[in-house]
Structure formats: structure tokens, C-alpha cells
Ligand binder design. Structure first.
Ligand code: ADP
Ligand code: ADP
Length: 230
């Protein structure tokens, strides 16, 4: 199955605000996709659909082959924990806790013992180039490093899809580049990634770009896979 499959998805807020209108989107394993568009175009709503944080008004959303309409809220939480990693503009790290434990705590849902959670957390921090910062607390890290901790937390459980919402929005350009480089390394190692951004430069930097406007996909281009293979 596709990692992400949206068929004719519509989202209405308050019965009349049409945030998404007839969106079809598939993302295959190993893709790095930018979802780009101006403010108010529907990117966050699309993220909420892909992230199963909200349900569509009409249409079908399948994540890793599971139709979200057929899952209870509890089953959806389980699907999110196992299949999706989230990175947001704000880093959402726990301030009093080391980088290692911020990442290890993200694995609580796995039910494995603290020691193995910490081993996996250390490996994830290595992957984002922070193997030398395991014992640092967020306030001892630069913004770029904090966001890389957040990325490590998101990928520590090896989710089939990493969702990043304006991941460089709170960073200066050097730190932003640092984070983008990490995403590109993860992509090169096989992680499927969707990046939501209003920044054309970040979008350019992704092999596939999906352009959203007024709740519709107005362009989908990149890497010879456009439109994505059915
Ligand atoms: P973007 O992320 O591209 O800025 P959004 O998905 O947040 O776009 O918004 C798309 C449209 O839906 C906008 O018109 C916005 O005002 C509206 N919208 C978003 N969330 C809500 C909500 N919870 N209630 C009502 N309208 C909303
Ligand atoms: P940004 O500032 O990048 O837009 P936010 O932190 O405001 O990101 O989060 C975007 C949306 O995702 C919000 O509606 C928020 O409630 C939801 N959200 C934030 N963190 C999580 C999380 N860890 N798991 C599930 N949903 C989240």
C-alpha cells in the first residue's frame, strides 16, 4: 500500500469553511515530499488529515493501508504512535530532561524497558548527529540542535512516515539548513517524509513538491514520479 492515500478528501469547518476540496494525494515509500502553499491554503488541515489528528468530512484517508474511517479514536492513537513521527515548528521538548530522555520518552508507547528505550534513543540521536549531546538539556542546546532532538524523537521508533510542519520556522537560516540536511540524510536512508512549508526555497529543495491553494492541489511535480504511480 501507499504510505499515504487520500481520495477525494473534503474538509468543512463549522459546516461552511471549505478548507479542503476534493484532494487526491498518494505518497509512496521513501519519498520526500514538500507540501507548499500560502497561509490559509489548507496545509495544516492537510497535515491533520495525513496525521490522523482529525477526520475528513467526505472522502477516504488511508495511512499505511488502514482506512481511518474504520478505526476508533483509540485505534487511531495507536496507529499514530506506531506509524507516524511528528515534528512541529515549536520543538515541544521537555525542559528539565536530557536529550536522551526526551527521545526515550517518545518511545513509552512501545512498552519496552527504559534501558532499551535509551539505547534506541541514543541510536536516533546519533542519526541526527547529536551523539555527543545525549546528556544536554534543551536550554544547553542551540535551536538547530533542539529541533534535531525533536527529529530524533520522531524517528526513534522507525515510523513509516515522518511529518514535519514548518520544521525550520523558528530557526535562523544556518540552523534551518542544519535541520534540512538531517531530513535529507534520513530520506537518503529510506525514511518517507512529508514537509509542510510556506517557504518556496525549502520546497525547491525537496524532490517532489505538492502545491496547495484554496484547499486544492494545483500542482504536483518532481523526481519523474509525477503524478505519483497508481
Ligand atoms: P494553512 O495551514 O495553509 O495556513 P489551514 O489549513 O490552517 O491553512 O486553513 C485553511 C482554511 O480553513 C482557512 O480558511 C482557515 O481559516 C480555515 N480553518 C482552519 N482551521 C479551522 C478551524 N479549526 N475552524 C474554522 N476554520 C478553520
Ligand atoms: P506549528 O506551530 O508548527 O503549526 P503546532 O505545535 O501549533 O505546530 O501544532 C499543530 C497542530 O498539531 C495543533 O493543532 C496541535 O494541537 C497538534 N499537535 C501538536 N503536537 C502534537 C502531537 N505531539 N501529537 C499530536 N498532535 C499534535
Amino acid at each position: 500500500p501507499y504510505v499515504v492515500e487520500l481520495r477525494d478528501v473534503t474538509k468543512l469547518y463549522n459546516g461552511h469553511v471549505q478548507a479542503l476540496r476534493g484532494v487526491d494525494l498518494t505518497v509512496g515509500h521513501g519519498e520526500l515530499v514538500a507540501i507548499v502553499g500560502p497561509s490559509g491554503s489548507g496545509k495544516s488541515t492537510l497535515l491533520h488529515m495525513i496525521g490522523t489528528l482529525d477526520r475528513p468530512t467526505t472522502g477516504v484517508v488511508r495511512i499505511a493501508g488502514r482506512d481511518v474511517a474504520e478505526l476508533s479514536d483509540r485505534e487511531l492513537s495507536a496507529l499514530r504512535a506506531r506509524h507516524l513521527g511528528f515534528v512541529f515548528q515549536q520543538f515541544h521538548l521537555s525542559p528539565g530532561v536530557t536529550a536522551l530522555d526526551n527521545v526515550a520518552d517518545g518511545l513509552l508507547y512501545t512498552g519496552v524497558a527504559l534501558r532499551s528505550r535509551r539505547e534506541r534513543a541514543a541510536a536516533a540521536l546519533e542519526r541526527v548527529g547529536l551523539g555527543h549531546r545525549l546528556g544536554h538539556r534543551p536550554n544547553q542546546l542551540s535551536g538547530g540542535e533542539q529541533q534535531r532532538v525533536a527529529v530524533a524523537r520522531a524517528v526513534a521508533g522507525d515510523p513509516p512516515l515522518l511529518l514535519a510542519d514548518e520544521p525550520t520556522g523558528n530557526l535562523d537560516s544556518a540552523a534551518g539548513t542544519e535541520v534540512l540536511r538531517v531530513l535529507r540524510d534520513l530520506h537518503a536512508a529510506g525514511t518517507t517524509i512529508a514537509v509542510i512549508t510556506h517557504d518556496a526555497e525549502i520546497a525547491e529543495w525537496c524532490p517532489r513538491q505538492v502545491r496547495v491553494r484554496d484547499g486544492q492541489i494545483i500542482a504536483d511535480r518532481g523526481d519523474g514520479r509525477e503524478p505519483p504511480a497508481e
